[in-house]
Design a binder for this molecule. Structure first.
Ligand code: COA
Length: 187
């Protein structure tokens, strides 16, 4: 299979999902450096230099080159032009994907993550022809679990001490959504 091209930007009612730009750094530093935001994600709390280093790898990303690679999109709030979060789609294997997301605390509780995630699921199922999208959540990350359930994901597994996460054995939850379920659940 060759690489998958992604048609960007993707506009939703309140958001634009697009490739990262160098001038996103100030907005990214705000949430990459927040211990509460990174508590359940694999990255550490990042300072400006570490955030800049990771931004470099995401600049101008518009393809999923091969299975195993993540596409990391900046989520911009249309009303202000601020990057309020990131949504991630991994080309896991064959026609399977994995979803991820992280948003700054100032922008939680307003439905932005759900709006962005729905757009990425549209990309995965409609544009890329994926059959299944999964998501892995650290047990206790209730906001993420609620979000996945709102999106129609089913919990498929609970791996007790299934991952060594930030220095401790941690239980992980596996969720998934099939293309048919996504289409059936659409408004
Ligand atoms: C996971 C995460 C993205 C969820 O964010 P969120 O703001 O709770 O999710 P949404 O954007 O869908 O917002 C939903 C909430 O907004 C409320 N809301 C307010 N206005 C809304 C609107 N116009 N439309 C939809 N929901 C709205 C909903 O009632 C819901 O609240 P509830 O969860 O208390 O019931 C966020 O907690 C986060 O970034 N966490 C840190 C990173 C992380 O852990 N990532 C996951 C790793 S697997």
């Amino acid at each position: 299979m060759s690489g998958l091209a992604v048609d960007l930007p993707i506009a939703t009612e309140r958001l634009v999902l697009r490739a990262h730009r160098t001038d996103d750094l100030d907005d990214l530093v705000r949430f990459h450096g927040d211990p509460e935001v990174v508590r359940y994600v694999p990255w550490p709390v990042r300072d400006r230099a570490a955030t800049a280093e990771t931004l470099e790898a995401k600049l101008g990303q518009t393809t999923l080159d091969e299975p195993g690679k993540w596409l990391v999109l900046a989520v911009e709030l249309r009303s202000t032009g601020t990057v309020i979060g990131e949504v991630l789609l991994k080309w896991a294997s064959d026609r399977q994907g994995e979803l991820g997301f992280a948003f700054g605390r100032d922008h939680h509780g307003q439905g932005y993550a759900a709006e962005a995630a729905r757009a990425v699921l549209g990309l995965a199922f409609d544009d890329l022809g994926f059959h299944r999208v999964s998501a892995v959540v650290v047990d206790g990350n209730d906001a993420s679990t609620r979000l996945l359930e709102r999106l129609g994901f089913r919990q498929e597994a609970r791996h007790v001490d299934g991952v060594f996460f930030k220095g401790a054995w941690t239980t992980s939850l596996v969720f998934a959504l099939l293309e048919d379920e996504w289409r059936a659940g659409r408004p």
